[in-house]
Design a protein around this ligand. Structure first.
Ligand code: FAD
Length: 323
């Protein structure tokens, strides 16, 4: 028995969502009195994996894994899980977690909870795991009673704790000859933005109220001054005002930053589904009856074209007088 945690690297470092998964998996491992093994693809600074609680780190090795093909990744994790005797496999509920965790659960005949938001309650062989349902309007508790269990955890559900000790990574060769994937990766385009949206603590987001892509300069400037990532509503991405990886909501990226500033966004339920886990929500909208104000911690009723430049000036002024 052991707990296996799939982790990813970006820009030479382990992703924040993966460190959250390692924290989560290591807490389960401690309760089960077993090891927490982190698995990773690629080369990077892996010191944080041990610090986050991994007691063992395996680097999955096979040239085919460079393809980011979910079927290869699933097979590789399955081999690592078998070698480690893992009964619990943890993922971050990010792009890879959403694709690979259900495939792995099906292969292992494991019960799965996708998008957990709390540590499981463990009673004998059964885990009780909480997750958000109905677009974040309610929380459901699921029992996983199968011998093997797969859990993906919603990013930003827990703060990252790095108080463990560094462990050396060990290579783990996987054999993917038997995996005949019908999917061929033709091209990988890297997102060039400085901040990864799901990892961002601060997010400045804007919607159709901005009238057109030519007006995004002030959104980017506010985000830059705050050290925030930028996001948008779905119609904005659909109209190609902004790239699709910035679209947040039910059909887009789900985020839970400490601060979410929504500018000229109405607050439709499908948008809220991806952002209502944010710790603090600030809404700027010219319509005092905009539904988004019901979910806001702070609201400014006003024209974005007047309010945002004033906010930028206020942030600049604050920073200038801080030191
Ligand atoms: C199946 C399904 C899935 C969907 N998934 C998503 C999703 O994942 N994410 C998502 O965002 N949407 C999603 N939608 C669409 C969603 O229902 C809304 O249509 C969308 O969120 C509206 O985007 P918006 O608020 O930018 O635009 P609008 O609804 O047009 O709202 C614009 C807002 O800007 C305000 N405004 C206008 N001018 C100004 C100004 N000068 N200053 C300040 N405020 C101003 C207006 O008062 C209004 O509140 C989905 C819909 C469906 C049916």
């Amino acid at each position: 028995m052991s707990v296996l945690i799939y982790t990813e690297i970006a820009k030479g470092k382990v992703k924040k969502a993966s460190l959250e998964a390692v924290n989560y998996g290591s807490r389960i491992a401690k309760q089960l009195n077993t090891t927490a093994t982190a698995v990773v693809i690629g080369d990077a600074d892996l010191a944080d994996l041990g610090k986050a609680g991994a007691t063992k780190v395996l680097k999955l090795k096979n040239d085919k894994l460079a393809d980011l093909n979910g079927q290869y990744i699933t097979a590789a994790i399955e081999q690592a899980a078998t070698a480690e005797g893992s009964t619990v496999i943890v993922f971050a509920h990010d792009f890879t977690g959403k694709e690979v965790a259900p495939r792995l659960a099906a292969k292992l005949k494991a019960g799965i909870v996708a998008g957990a938001v709390d540590n499981p309650t463990i009673s004998g062989d059964a885990f009780s795991v909480k997750k958000n349902v109905f677009s974040g309007k309610a929380v459901a508790t699921y029992a996983i009673t199968s011998p093997k269990k797969v859990i993906s955890i919603l990013p930003n559900s827990f703060p990252v704790e790095l108080n463990g000790t560094v462990v050396d990574a060990v290579d783990f060769a996987v054999n993917l000859d038997a995996v005949n994937s019908p999917i061929k990766v033709k091209e990988v385009k890297k997102v060039t933005s400085e901040l990864n949206l799901p990892d961002a603590e601060l997010v400045v987001s804007a919607g159709r109220g901005m009238k057109g892509p030519e007006n995004w300069g002030m959104i980017e400037e506010l985000a830059k001054e705050l050290g925030a990532a930028t996001a948008c509503s779905r119609p904005v991405a659909d109209m190609h005002w902004r790239p699709h990886h910035e679209h947040v909501g039910q059909t887009g990226v789900a985020i839970r930053p400490n601060l979410y500033i929504a500018i000229g966004i109405s607050g439709a339920i499908q948008h809220l589904a991806g952002v209502n886990g944010s710790k603090t929500i600030v809404v700027i909208n010219s319509d005092k009856d905009s539904p988004f104000f019901k979910s806001a911690d702070y609201g400014i009723v006003g024209d974005a074209f007047e309010v945002v430049p004033k906010l930028i000036a206020a942030v600049k002024n604050f920073k200038a007088n801080k030191n």
